[in-house]
Design a protein around this ligand. Sequence first.
Ligand code: 4AD
Ligand code: MG
Length: 457
Amino acid sequence: MKTFSIKDIFDNKIKINTEIKIYGWVRSKRDSSIGISFIDIFDGSCANILQIVVKPYLSNYKNKITKLTSGCSIYVIGTLIFSNRKEQKYELISKKLKVFGFVKHPDKYPISLKKHTFEYLRKFSHLRPRTKFFGSVSRIRNSLFNAINNFFCKENFVWVPTPIITGLNTEGSGAMFKVYPYDFCKDNNKSLKKKKFFFNYFLTVSGQLTLETYASALSKVYTFGPVFRSENSNTKIHLSEFWMLEVEAYFYDLKKIILLSKNILQHISKYIFKNCYSEIKFLEKSFNKNIINNLKDLMTLNFAEIDYKDVIKLLNKLGKSISFGEDISSDQEKYIVNKYFKKPVIIKNFPRNLKAFYMRNNSDNITVASMDIFLPKVGEVIGGSQREERLKFLDKKFLEFNLNKKKYWWYRDLRKYGTSFHSGFGVGFERLLCYIIGLDNIREASPFPKTLGKFDY
Ligand code: 4AD
Ligand code: MG
């Protein structure tokens, strides 16, 4: 007997009246007055549930099937037919139903059928993917991952797994986690302390600098993996561990890298629209009525593009006092993106004092060739720049940023041996997912969100 998923059924891969086997979990059960039970099951393959019709002549009907509650795991052998219920296209008339695991104390099952708040569900990261909503978020996240890799494969970018444990601070800020051997932390072991090489390791904040090395040989590269930031920001858009897509391309200037980042967003939105249509329809009905419009803004590249200096002028015109050289506050940024433009916004050419050391000085020597892409409600989703490829300028930046240039010896080598203009950017994966789904808090975009405080997983 062949096993199928609920997705196979709704993708019309199975002929009506065929006998099939299906595994899953009970979502709900109704026992009718005529002694038949209707069990809705899900298996995580799609947003749909499948109704199982169980007649009382099954041998385990009384002592097992009538005791099923939400969350029990089962398998069913039955015949697929069209359903009479208008909200359900198919149903399975069961011939055999086996229970693998009952739910102990159903009244205490944390994911009961009633509606739970996101705050409540965060306490149960191990169970929340069983809800219809988080099942859908997980499948869209998976499609987003595939969409990204699919784009770079098509465009002939080479994937490079950059280090996760590193000796270098890419962003030059203090937001790094330090890595110690466990024995050292446990006993404050003095002999280990002498082995100096153990103590200059950190968890990476970004793979960019190492990615630039491969770009200087392979032209077009990307890396996609977890990065870690110990910043003390308990906000709706910050995680201590998140996934970042980073792209680096030689012989690309700022203009070309902006175009590339827009092309990725366009590709991703089209891919998600095509591959997750039923999830999107489910979320549009139950969670976010703007989900399709948000995707369409990316698909049609309905973006505003503006220089930092013009944002400063605009903010002042709108009565918000800010001078050139100051960072745009999060409230000002929200005002510009959510209220003024009401669509994705690209802000370019920030003053160099506000940006990382590796960004290329513009000819005014005041600004750098940088770009940030802000998406409505979420904020900054992409940050990138043209890189400083001139050794003389780079060395000046090390001084300016108080960084020890000796530590960056191999990064400087790239500027000595066949240097050229090149550019890149990083995309916050969870923030992008927040935008696509319309999530208000990044804690719902990560399967096991790590923020300040207790972490059991
Ligand atoms: O702007 P960031 O810090 O840029 C870099 O790290 C560059 N080295 C990337 C590059 O050019 N290769 O981070 C890039 C993106 C941000 O735009 C944001 O979307 C996301 O990463 N991000 C975070 N997402 C979740 N939690 C945090 N704490 C984040 N910090 C940054
Ligand atoms: Mg940034």
